[in-house]
Ligand binder design. Structure first.
Ligand code: OVV
Length: 358
């Protein structure tokens, strides 16, 4: 059978609204808010013929499908490609592209290494580097936010926290782009990100090896979990890779978006300066408002349904997290960026703490 973007085309159930849109078009990616609104308006689930996929964008439905690993699996890939039908471009992640019970086991190791207690021991490192970066910026007078701040901070902090001996900020940023754009269709954006895969993938793989890590970082702790028999040593290397794929790109986007949101909402910036204690809720609001990961897919692992509509096994479902995070049903006034909103339950990132399997 002829596949579309690596998955089986589907015939949508009668009554599912059809929308001829390309969610991965650059115009929509640059300003997705109208797309989000229309997707939610059309219904609980929408069929997008361009990629022969279903899409959900209302908060309640998106949350439900995204967390329902019994029916909507991650192990067939969280992009358009169905790993059951074709070889993925990289070895699948054992934290992202996996379902319980395997996910529960690997997730436990990650959670232990990223515990608040261990994060606290790293806070001086995070703070020192933040101060250095800010001092540099102040001495320069003006900056380009993405390349001189949003990319610089995570790529300075991350390798140190993980304990990487090999540091290549450019490769880390480009690998992040590959991982996330790799979930989309074979368009210009994806091809551009993948162009360097031949060099970067082997670099990432070797940088995650035990002998390329110091003995005192997060990476070493992951390998210690392997020494204790919680995971295998090959799995340890894969979890170290997950730090790099999941951590860098989302943080670059988060910091860039934070500066954008504050620059567009000067009254919120004043509020933050007056009460720096709002920093954390402000960042959560940035994540809700901008959704660094706009979409992750699930794959129907069996014949199932969304609302009243039947959904056939093998159907790819776009969970449009950005749309869910802007649903007025859930948020009341989602268009207002408010640093004191405390948007509990947003599905932007850190989603595991809300019970969603990533
Ligand atoms: C949560 C997440 C996002 C992106 C990549 C990965 C995980 C990974 O493990 O590679």
């Amino acid at each position: 059978m002829k596949l579309i973007e690596g998955h089986r085309p589907i015939i949508p159930a009668e009554g599912i609204p059809v929308w001829d849109v390309d969610p991965y078009d650059e115009t929509i990616l640059r300003n997705p808010y109208d797309y989000y609104a229309h997707l939610r308006e059309l219904g609980d689930v929408v069929y997008i013929p361009r990629y022969s996929v279903l899409a959900v964008g209302r908060y309640a439905t998106t949350h439900k499908v995204f967390s329902d690993h019994e029916h909507f699996v991650s192990s067939r890939g969280v992009g358009l490609n169905d790993f059951a039908l074709g070889k993925p471009w990289r070895q699948p992640s054992i934290i992202l592209e996996v379902d319980p019970p395997e996910h529960t086991r690997t997730r436990k190791v990650m959670a232990r290494v990223l515990s608040p207690k261990i994060m606290k021991t790293l806070s001086n490192l995070f703070l020192d580097i933040a101060e250095q970066v800010v001092d540099d910026i102040i001495s320069k007078g003006s900056i380009e936010v993405v390349s001189e701040l949003a990319e610089v901070y995570p790529t300075s902090v991350f390798p140190k926290a993980v304990g990487m001996k090999d540091v290549n900020a450019r490769y880390l940023v480009d690998y992040g782009a590959m991982v996330f754009n790799g979930t989309g269709p074979d368009n210009e954006i994806r091809r551009h990100s993948m162009a360097e895969a031949g060099q970067i993938v082997p670099w990432i793989t070797s940088a995650c090896a035990r002998e390329r890590l110091t003995g005192d970082g997060l990476g070493a702790m992951i390998y210690e979990a392997a020494d204790n028999g919680d995971i295998t040593h090959d799995e340890a290397a894969m979890l170290v890779r997950s730090f790099l794929s999941a951590g860098v790109d989302t943080t670059v986007t988060g910091i860039g978006s934070a500066l954008w949101c504050l620059s567009q909402n000067p009254q919120e910036w004043e509020k933050l300066k007056a009460d720096p204690g709002l920093c954390r809720p402000a960042f959560e609001e940035v994540l809700r408002y901008t959704s660094p990961v706009h979409t992750f897919c699930r794959t129907a692992g069996c014949d199932t349904q969304i609302g009243e509509f039947p959904v056939a096994e093998g159907s790819k479902v776009l969970c449009v997290l950005g749309a869910a995070n802007m649903d007025p049903e859930k948020w009341g006034d989602p268009e207002n960026f408010r640093i004191d909103r405390r948007p509990v339950g947003h599905v932007a990132s850190n989603v595991d703490t809300h019970g969603i399997v990533v």
